[in-house]
Write a protein that binds this ligand. Structure first.
Ligand code: PMP
Length: 361
């Protein structure tokens, strides 16, 4: 098959075609190098330039202040669930976790193994349909940090504006919405995100962290789990995912050539609006998240019966709309429409939804 289908997968997810084309063109030999990026040393001048451009691209897109480091690590966002408390949750301290979905719960589970945690708010009772209001969060002014998940990929619940947590460092899992919109990095102590939704292939995790926090890291951590080691070695303590970092650099270039994050945000809002309008236009489809917390990346909704949801998935897949089945833990339908997902694909989904309702409503 050479035709590309519409890939609604939550991650690994669709990548920009120009990025894939450039990678394909240079697969056998990077210009002037005579080897593919997978065959060169991570200590070579060529790779030094690639990782430098990847970092510069992220810095420019996200307007990362100079007192923040950018790291390219491995182990996925899941390893960050452990690294964050190992580095920043002291034995005599406690950390606040705000739970707005399944990934926040997983982060909490790992933190509990390291030290004391306070669930500052959990939206589990309502089935994770929204983020808490400021009044609903019991934040501690002595917390080592506050952890949030900016976009819950499974439930499709997104913080439209980050909470104000005062002077306590805010740590965010941004795996599924980083680079989808502009935001103020300086409001965060640490941001982490697996690359495989909006930044590149799986196997690279981006960590952005404020320099002064490094002083809080205990002395005896395992080397690979110590952020200081990765800062000091510029993400090259061991062999990084050279291919993943190369693709991430191409994705940054593509974003910069296409108007950066404000243009991306406008386009993402417009794409998401098309699907939410289709959901709201009828009682046949029922959106999962509350209207003001709806994710612009992962649109989640239900049909009147599970049988119909199965049919919806089977028929859409047959028509080249792939990956619409909701996460196995919650069911329903999920359309992941990251940066690289084309608007025409969203229009195809909306027209499929209308047609499906006509035949089954
Ligand atoms: N956090 C969020 C918000 C996610 O969406 C995911 C993956 N879907 C993870 C964490 C886990 O990421 P990884 O598979 O890179 O460990």
């Amino acid at each position: 098959m050479t035709e590309r289908i519409l890939n609604f997968s939550a991650g690994p997810a669709v990548l920009p075609v120009p990025v894939l084309e450039e990678a394909q063109r240079d697969m056998l030999s990077l210009p002037g190098v005579g080897m593919s990026v997978m065959e060169i040393s991570h200590r070579s001048k060529t790779f030094d330039e690639i990782i430098g451009h990847a970092e510069a691209g992220l810095r420019e897109l996200l307007k990362v202040p100079d007192n923040y480091h950018i790291l390219f690590l491995q182990g996925g966002a899941s390893l960050q669930f452990s690294m964050v408390p190992m580095n920043f949750l002291p034995a005599d301290g406690s950390a606040d976790y705000v739970l707005t979905g399944s990934w926040g719960k997983k982060a909490l589970k790992e933190a509990k193994k390291v030290g004391a945690v306070n669930v500052a708010a959990t939206m589990a009772d309502g089935g994770f349909t929204r983020v808490p209001s400021r009044d609903e969060m019991s934040l501690s002014s002595h917390a080592a940090y506050v952890h949030i998940t900016s976009n819950e990929t499974i439930e499709g619940v997104q913080w439209k504006r980050e909470p104000n947590v005062g002077d306590v460092p805010m740590i965010a899992d941004m795996s599924s919405d980083i680079l989808s919109r502009a935001f103020d990095v300086s409001k965060y102590g640490l941001i982490y995100a697996g690359a495989q939704k909006n930044m590149g292939p799986s196997g690279v995790t981006v960590v952005i962290l404020r320099d002064d926090l490094l002083q809080r890291i205990p002395e005896n951590l395992a080397t690979m789990l110590d952020y200081r080691v990765h800062v000091e070695n510029k993400s090259l303590y061991n062999t990084p995912n050279t291919w993943g970092i190369y693709i991430l650099r191409l994705v940054c270039k593509w974003l910069l050539e296409n108007g950066g994050l404000s243009a991306m945000e406008r386009e993402n809002e417009a794409k998401a609006r098309l699907v939410y309008e289709a959901i709201d236009a009828t009682d046949f489809y029922r959106g999962h998240a509350d209207v003001d917390c709806r994710s612009s990346m992962n649109v989640t909704f239900r049909l009147p019966a599970e049988e119909l949801e199965k049919k919806f998935v089977a028929e859409s897949t047959a028509q080249g709309l792939d990956g619409l089945k909701g996460h196995r833990s919650v069911g329903g339908i999920r359309a992941s429409i990251y940066n690289a997902f084309p608007r025409a694909g969203v229009e195809a989904l909306v027209s499929f939804m209308k047609d499906f309702e006509r035949r089954n409503g």
